[in-house]
Design a protein around this ligand. Structure first.
Ligand code: URA
Length: 280
């Protein structure tokens, strides 16, 4: 395992940086698999649970708690419910990939459209088993129209490579919001909500076996609750009935080198989980 791990670390260009901690008696098994997830992941398969993010360490992102659009439902007896919002969600929910791309390109549902160069729907294999969800396009992505093509994207590619995945092959990469937040700020609740039907439709079309949420905004958007990455990682969650694993955002990892070791553990966990899902 350690040879394999070392090789993978080197592949990721992280050999000298990552120091995996030994499992100690203090480590506790990861949380049980949620009932909705039909795969069993034994304790031995889970990395040691993380310590909570170090006291005083900056969280990787902050997203307000009302940013969770996925489980919001129109209120049946609310006559003032805005039918245009529901109509839009329903229209998006019926789109195919071509229509989705066109719709995202023309979207004016939130303020982010004003400063974008282009909307960035996502990239990859539409028959993929893996779905990776990030936060939102940055300057490079806004310029090129593809997610994760800047510095964080290079690290993401290396991370994928480390578990045998290549951009475009058996993996699809998307973001919580499709337009660049100005100055690369964290997307606001209203922006995440406005974009949620697109991500929802992508997930419905893809039907991935496993979702990896990169960073807090993606995790919160997909899990519909407040998430601390340090607490949520190392466990198997579910978005609706799709297994979901949470890990650090590559941009955060570029700033916080020691946490790359934890991200590696998360990737190993994800790879094993996928294996089990395929065998189940
Ligand atoms: N960060 C993200 O979350 N997504 C991108 O596409 C690029 C950087």
């Amino acid at each position: 395992m350690s040879r394999e791990r070392d090789a993978v670390l080197c592949e990721m260009g992280l050999g000298p940086i990552w120091k995996l901690r030994e499992q100690t008696a203090e480590t506790v098994p990861a949380a049980a698999t949620p009932a909705v997830v039909r795969v069993s992941v034994s304790e031995a398969d889970t990395p040691p649970p993380p310590a909570a993010m170090a006291e005083g360490a900056p969280p990787d992102h902050d997203v307000p708690l009302d940013a969770y659009a996925f489980d919001s439902r129109p209120d049946d007896d609310d006559e003032d419910a805005t039918p245009t919002v529901d109509d839009r969600a329903a229209r998006i929910a019926a789109m195919d990939w071509v229509e989705l791309k066109q719709s995202v390109a023309e979207c004016r549902a939130c303020e982010l459209c004003k400063q974008r160069k282009q909307a960035v729907l996502g990239v990859g294999d539409v028959n993929a088993d893996w779905l990776v969800v990030g936060e939102g396009p940055g300057a490079d992505e806004d310029e090129r129209g593809e997610p994760f093509v800047g510095a964080a994207g290079k690290l993401l590619d290396a991370m994928l490579d480390a578990i045998g995945l290549k951009r475009g092959k058996d993996v699809y990469i998307a973001n919580s919001v499709k337009c660049r937040p100005p100055g690369n700020r964290t997307p606001e609740a209203a922006e995440i909500n406005a974009c949620a039907p697109y991500l929802q439709r992508q997930i419905a079309l893809l039907q991935p076996r496993l979702v990896i949420a990169l960073g807090r905004p993606a995790a919160q958007t997909l899990l519909g609750r407040e998430v601390k990455i340090g607490e949520a990682r190392g466990k198997l969650h579910a978005h609706r009935d799709i297994p979901l694993i949470v890990t650090y955002h590559p941009a955060y990892l570029l700033r916080t080198l020691p946490d790359k070791a934890k991200a590696w553990e998360d990737l190993v966990f994800a790879r094993r989980t996928m294996q089990k899902l395929k065998n189940s």
